[in-house]
Design a protein. Sequence first.
Length: 270
Amino acid sequence: MPDEAERLQKVMAQAGVASRRASEAMILSGRVSVNGLVITELGTRVRAGIDRITVDGADLPVAKVPVYGALYKPVGYVSSNRDPHATLLASDLVPAIVRVYPVGRLDRDSEGLMLYTNDGPLALRLTHPRYGHEKEYRVSIRGTLTQEARRQLASGVSLQDKALPARAHVRDLPAGWLWRGEPVPSGCQWIGLVLREGHKREIRELMAHLGLSVQRLIRVRIASLELGELQTGQYRPLSESEVSALRRITGLSDGDRKESHGLGTHNDSD
């Protein structure tokens, strides 16, 4: 976590002051202070962003440590970090240690996986339509999804105010499949949908075009990142392997980022 104590020379190197070895030399020569005290011990641990660190009397620049976390956004919460008309913000469920932003949005009446990060290049590649990374949903609909409806979804449906036809791939679920064992209302069924592009309320508009109504919409995957066992309203930091997979699938190198951190645990617009 970002507030865990780390070796002073490591924090200095991450902030770009000097290499770790050169930072050690600065500490040994008495050029570094922590909270007003001169430090000459190499084993000293500090909390980046919390302790005041100075080198030759100047404050240490704060390193921008990449942060990655997953949230199960509940129904009723707004995805935007700020909304003067909303009383429930999804960002309030994310520990506020550093500022992070949602990658894509979910409508107020939708739920499921949201990715939060301050990694701008990754966010851009996951959200910009030209990259076409998949987002997968579980959708409870009232009505029957016919073969003709499947064909229309695959070939593209022209929606009002949309420049390009909207497309979705239907992913069949096992017969009688239920979301986490919860009963489904009479006359409804669950389907899986995979989109490579997403616009505001696109799934709901697609279903309405086909004469179907959405009863519940849950995002379960963004590219390689899955919702997994997260419960509604719960947040978790991503593992290093999950971050590496996301950066690899988006064509970004792990070599150009500093060590990432989660934000600690916490009990596209569809």
